[in-house]
Design a protein around this ligand. Structure first.
Ligand SMILES: Nc1ncnc2c1ncn2[C@@H]1O[C@H](COP(=O)(O)OP(=O)(O)OP(=O)(O)O)[C@@H](O)[C@H]1O
Length: 511
């Protein structure tokens, strides 16, 4: 080998060593850059997820403040004070709530029960299950435009893929759930492409999906409907009049049952005793009239309560004619009866003025109870002079009668101002089944319908069912008057008229 070749080989070897060394350095520099980039990506991703998590938490706290704050409070309590005291506190609160529920079910349900139940129904029933039910009942909107995925490869080629198996489906979102004693009101927000009528058509299918007997749909706003499910109905069957005792409280006469399955009482004397009951034909107005009379039967027989009846149809009260101390059918007779009552009231006023503030009920000064059936027939459909006189007398009795022991109970089919001009003078109103939504407001006042008094939706088969509102009731209360069959009216008459009869009308009469 010549010296020239050896020199070239040596030079080549050195050159290769330099190249390897440069590559080695380059590799190490690239590796540390890649490492730094990877570390930065990990930090960035972690930060991104933390921020997303925080954003989600803030959103949840704002949109569900009660649930989130409860969870936070429980977690904080467990962390700072310990779970034992939390368990003890929870047990104490539960015991207090149970006692409250036992002592006063209606106020418990209004302030606590329905809040917890609404929360439970929303998160355990409607939020997880309603989307599936809506979808199954055809109340979802499918996005028929097939999604297109665009992929850009490294070499710049665009690849278009149409996925047929991932069609998106939009389902109405649950906005709020309000759970009453019998009904759940679930407000949902419609998605574009839907209209409230679609929900009306699917109401029966939705009831089946929820496994309840009834479902109704109400339009709340152009894009919000309330889907109402009836969970249970304690007033589905007629309410029999229970066996009543000899002791009677005319301020607290048994009248039927409430939707909570509790007894419903009406005052026939004192504050809030003048009562107007509205209901379409066959709504059960007569059971609202007869039932409290049955429960105060001993007081009627003993002369502590004197019942007068105005019966324009000449049928209903005539069936228990013997119960009534005064009785009128024609407008002329009605006016004479009212004149007599107003005269008695004036006499009592003269006798007691300045001596007592409320006349005590006694046999000398009995509670005068006027049952005015079909009040509209005499305050609208008679000649003007008689009508004005009747309206004037009823107004006198309702405005001055309370403290003097005079109570008026009127019954009307059509509760408009023209039919019952003295409507506002009755402090207590009962709305049985009516034919128009507007009648609910006329009887129970503004907002009654919005707050759940859906008297226009009561079925014809549910005679005696109605709503009461006001007088300390925060929400309209669904009630059903006790069912008084004809035999019981006759038994009441016999008991009142014949002093030898010892069997109370509520006993031994099949309901
Ligand atoms: N509380 C009740 N429970 C069950 N069924 C009832 C009740 N009240 C009434 N009914 C049924 O409804 C029918 C009609 O009732 P009711 O005569 O009281 O109606 P109404 O409102 O007075 O009608 P109208 O104004 O036409 O006289 C009764 O014959 C009875 O079959």
């Amino acid at each position: 080998m010549s010296g020239h070749t050896i020199g070239a080989l040596l030079l080549g070897g050195v050159g290769l060593a330099v190249v390897v060394w440069v590559l080695h350095k380059l590799g190490r520099a690239l590796a540390s850059i890649a490492e730094a980039l990877a570390a930065a990506a990990v930090v960035f991703l972690a930060l991104w997820w933390v921020l997303r998590g925080l954003g989600w938490m803030v959103k949840e706290i704002i949109s569900h403040p009660r649930t989130s704050l409860t969870v936070l409070a429980v977690a904080a309590w467990c962390y700072w004070i310990g779970w034992q005291s939390l368990a003890l506190g929870a047990a104490t609160v539960t015991a207090v709530l149970l006692m409250w529920r036992r002592c006063h079910l209606v106020s418990f349900d209004h302030w606590a029960g329905r809040v917890v139940r609404s929360w439970w129904q929303r998160w355990m029933v409607y939020t997880p299950k309603l989307p599936g039910w809506l979808h199954a009942c055809g109340l979802s909107v499918k996005d028929d435009v097939i999604p297109v995925d665009v992929t850009v490869s490294l070499v710049g080629r665009k690849k278009i893929v149409r996925k047929r198996d991932h069609q998106s489906v939009q389902v109405p979102r649950v906005r709020a759930v309000k759970s009453g004693p019998s009904w759940d009101e679930v407000r949902v927000e419609l998605v574009p492409g839907q209209k409230p009528e679609d929900f009306d058509d699917a109401a029966r299918a939705l009831a089946t999906a929820r496994k309840v007997s009834r479902c109704q749909v109400r339009e709340i706003a152009p894009n919000v409907v309330s889907i109402d499910f009836q969970r249970r109905d304690l007033l589905a069957a007629p309410v029999p009049v229970p066996a009543l005792g000899e002791s009677v409280d005319v301020r607290h006469a048994w009248a039927g049952r409430t939707e909570y399955g509790q007894d419903w009482y009406l005052p026939l004397h004192g504050s809030g005793s003048h009562t107007l009951t509205a209901g379409a034909s066959g709504a059960g107005k007569n059971s609202v009239m007869w039932c409290p009379l049955v429960s105060i039967a001993p007081a009627i027989r003993d002369g502590l309560v004197r019942v007068s009846g105005i019966d324009p149809k000449g049928m209903e009260l005539a069936y228990g004619r013997g119960i009534f101390h005064r009785y009128a059918v024609t407008p002329k007779e009605a006016l004479a009866l009212l004149d007599d009552l107003v005269g008695a009231m004036d006499a009592r006023k003269t006798e007691f003025a300045g001596r007592v503030r409320t006349v005590p009920v006694s046999t000398e000064h009995p509670l005068e109870l006027l049952e005015f059936d079909e009040i509209g027939a005499l305050t609208r459909y008679v000649d003007r002079k008689t009508r004005d006189a009747i309206v004037e007398k009823v107004a006198l009795l309702t405005t001055q009668g309370r403290a003097l022991g005079f109570t008026v109970r009127g019954y009307v089919q059509e509760p408009t101002k023209e039919t019952v001009p003295v409507r506002e003078l009755f402090p207590r109103r009962i709305c049985l089944r009516v034919t128009a939504k507007s009648h609910v407001g006329m009887v129970l006042g503004d907002q009654a319908y919005e707050r759940g008094a859906w008297a226009n939706r009561i079925e014809e088969s549910a005679a005696g069912v109605g709503y009461v509102w006001g007088e300390g009731l925060r929400e309209p209360l669904r009630v059903r008057a006790g069912w008084v069959p004809d035999e019981m009216v006759k038994a009441l008459e016999t008991y009142v008229v014949n002093k030898d009869v010892v069997v109370l009308p509520g006993e031994g009469v099949a309901a």
